[in-house]
Design a protein around this ligand. Structure first.
Ligand code: ADP
Ligand code: SF4
Length: 687
């Protein structure tokens, strides 16, 4: 298809200082858990974005000096010349696809743990390290420290140019960088020319921009990433005040302004807490203060929303991290007029969890993310089929849908049978919970692709039995029958059923009941969360909204504890408290008699009674593996029916995240025809 001419403006080239971006799609810096430790994987991931049409493809923050060592996190590294070749892999790969390569030079200041380098952290003023109660303090920088820092930054810029970068960032955002710490009143108590007035606090940022321009500005564009708003009131930088003043002060100095919110949790808000375009209200002033091109983000996945940003003069470039992760080919799809093929980010921040867990990035929507090099997976291409076998895929949740999509793309005949009339499995059900509507995109993208594949037929309302499988006659059978929440309280803290939570107890509910709208009618309820991801918090929120008195009890130290890895925990707990949910952390549920629960402190073992009329048990799930067990027990019948392979994937194999289910479906469709092997199955980077 041809591009809709309405979108032509998105494909105009834009000059950034001495370089030209081929269009207005700008992949802004984002972490990926690969960085300096996995440079080939990193280069291949960025190359796919360049191939997908992004005009500028950026690194994550790149440490410029051993005193900016953010170990154990894995970011980029440019401490000396020995780091140049690894980054060259990236620039060469990006250039091969016609994009500009950008590098975000960063010094983390007081946020650097320096656990690896064992350097002392640096800050404008002596201050305790903010990072997770890390027992260290940063030292106030002397004038000679400032000169040294400027020298390191300049050397890093020169090395970045040698590595082939076209755009070089000065980073003053997310409260994760020295020049931003100098800007922040709460971190800068200096009395010299680097402290006090805003002009003084912005001096270091000005000097860095000037130094970088002087060092590389003839060949490379110099960009500034700046947080215009910290969302912390008078204590922080605010868009209407110092955020604006900083840009006015330095307006024409850089070649590009990349403007955003701070901290990272405000910048990368999930769809549960912010809608597409959520940064506009804070960044819309920027273009009235500078003539330089402006890039901003807002989880943009809709071409119309992008167009509107440009048309209304809010931004010059559509910045994206997550939308480029979920669909590296987003620009190409708009360019070709294949808008229905866009795989929209759902705003879940599973991608962020890769950074927090120091493992390669992953994505719920795009299972090839992070697998480009080590498994050779491409988000748009897959090897054609190697045989003629037809498939029966049972279950159309994320695992079954993705498996059928890739099998269909490979050219296999696929029958996808789903017991319910609605497709999507858990994503359909969970997307009805408060804040999770966007999660239905996992289903919608796949169903819209499947409906256009003549090789695939979808059988709705078809519950499949073992006998049906044998009679169906498909030689390859994939079971993706999902999982259900347990009712008996077994989970992490309790490996045996909790007395009182036996099946049939009318006052005991599960998240499945809640999603089926069968929930406690009124009174007092306990949500016992021993799952620790999002469901417990959401169920508590939903019951509270229905007027119940809710106590969320969890053995963890806070509500929805794992969501620290998706940048949501703070917002979730704040929301629960503001709704009037009582959060009782560090307590296990040991018994429930229908009127009173017994809680136990995880430290002291001290028991406390808590009156409640009902309990929602959010602990763990049971695989729906009856079909798999029944079929696996009848190898002769399978053989007689002509079934050559039987596989169980996704939650029915082992309950996990939606991202894991999509990945399992994708992997099976790509790899089912590989010879069985004990090999690792993916490439590893030997240092
Ligand atoms: P996953 O996350 O692994 O994809 P889900 O629980 O989201 O798992 O989806 C599983 C899907 O399988 C559900 O939509 C469910 O209705 C369907 N299903 C379960 N058992 C059968 C069966 N025997 N026949 C057809 N569909 C089934
Ligand atoms: Fe979007 Fe979730 Fe993928 Fe991140 S993991 S890019 S938030 S869909």
């Amino acid at each position: 298809m041809a591009r809709d001419p309405r979108f032509d403006i998105l494909f105009e080239p834009v000059k950034i200082g001495p370089v030209v971006a081929r269009n207005r799609f700008f992949q802004v810096p984002h972490c990926n858990g690969m960085g300096y430790a996995r440079p080939r994987a990193h280069a291949a991931m960025r190359a796919v974005k360049a191939e997908g049409g992004w005009a500028v493809v950026s690194t994550e923050e790149v440490e410029i000096h051993p005193s900016s060592d953010v170990a154990p996190f894995i970011e980029g590294r440019l401490w000396d010349d020995s780091d140049v070749p690894a980054l060259e892999l990236l620039t060469q790969a990006v250039h091969r696809h016609g994009a500009l390569a950008a590098i975000e030079l960063a010094h983390a200041g007081m946020n650097a743990s320096n656990l690896y380098s064992r350097e002392v952290a640096l800050a404008p003023s002596a201050i305790a390290s903010p990072a997770n109660y890390y027992p260290a303090q940063a030292r106030a920088m002397s004038k000679s420290d400032i000169l040294a820092f400027r020298r390191w930054h300049r050397q890093a810029a020169l090395r970045a140019r040698r590595a082939g970068f076209d755009v070089i960032y000065v980073y003053a955002a997310h409260s994760l960088s020295l020049p931003m710490h100098f800007l922040q009143r709460r971190h800068n108590e200096r009395t010299d020319e680097y402290g006090g007035s805003l002009v003084n606090r912005a001096r270091l940022l000005r000097e860095l921009i000037e130094d970088t321009k002087e060092a590389v500005g003839a060949h490379c564009a110099v960009a500034v990433r700046f947080a215009v708003e910290e969302l912390r009131g008078a204590d922080g930088i605010a868009a209407g005040e110092e955020g604006r003043e900083v840009i006015a002060l330095l307006a024409e100095l850089p070649d590009l302004w990349d403007v955003t919110l701070s901290d990272w949790s405000h910048d990368s808000q999930t769809s549960r807490f912010a809608a597409e375009g959520y940064q506009e209200e804070f960044v819309r002033f920027v273009k009235s203060v500078t003539r330089k091109p402006v890039v901003g983000v807002g989880r943009f996945t809709s071409p119309d929303a992008m167009l509107s940003q440009i048309r209304r003069g809010v931004l010059d470039f559509i910045g994206a991290a997550r939308p480029s992760i979920a669909d590296p080919f987003l620009p190409r799809k708009i360019e070709r007029g294949d808008i229905d093929d866009i795989r929209e980010c759902i705003g879940c921040n599973i991608c962020v969890s890769g950074d927090f867990t120091m493992t390669p990035i992953r994505c719920t929507q795009n299972p090839t993310m992070g697998e480009e090099w080590r498994r050779g997976w491409h988000p748009e291409r897959v090897a054609p089929r190697t045989g003629d076998d037809a498939f029966l895929v049972v279950g159309a949740g994320p695992a079954g849908l993705e498996c059928a999509r890739i099998l269909g793309q490979r050219g296999h005949r696929v029958h996808l049978a789903e017991a319910r009339t609605q497709l999507g499995g858990r994503v359909t059900r969970e997307s009805r919970l408060p804040g999770l509507a966007s999660w239905a995109r996992v289903r919608d993208y796949r169903v819209s692709q499947l409906e256009r594949m003549p090789e695939v037929d979808i059988l709705r309302g078809s519950r499949v039995s073992a006998q049906d499988v044998l009679e169906f006659g498909a030689p390859r059978v994939v079971l993706a029958t999902g999982a259900r929440w347990r009712r008996d309280g077994v989970g992490r803290a309790n490996r045996r059923p909790i007395p009182g939570l036996e099946p049939g107890a009318g006052c005991v509910f599960t998240p499945d009941d809640v999603m089926d709208e069968s929930l406690p009618a009124r009174g007092t309820a306990i949500v016992f969360d021993d799952d620790h991801y999002y469901i417990g918090g959401i169920v508590a929120e939903l019951l509270r909204a229905r007027g119940l008195e809710v106590t969320l009890v969890t053995p963890a130290e806070r509500a929805s504890a794992w969501t620290v890895n998706t940048l949501e925990q703070h917002a979730i707990q704040r929301q629960l408290l503001e709704l009037g949910v009582i959060v009782m952390a560090n307590h296990n549920l040991v018994e429930f008699d229908g009127a009173q629960a017994t809680l136990e402190c995880v430290y002291t073992g001290r028991r406390t009674p808590l009156a409640a009329q009902s309990i929602v048990s959010v602990t763990s799930r049971l695989a729906n593996d009856d079909l798999a067990v029944a079929l696996a027990a009848s190898p002769d019948a399978l053989r007689a029916a002509g079934v050559v392979s039987l596989a169980a994937i996704g939650d029915c194999w082992a309950p996990g995240t939606i991202a894991a289910a999509v990945y399992a479906g994708h992997r099976h469709a790509r790899e089912f025809d590989r010879a069985p092997s004990d090999a690792v199955g993916f490439e590893r980077e030997a240092i």
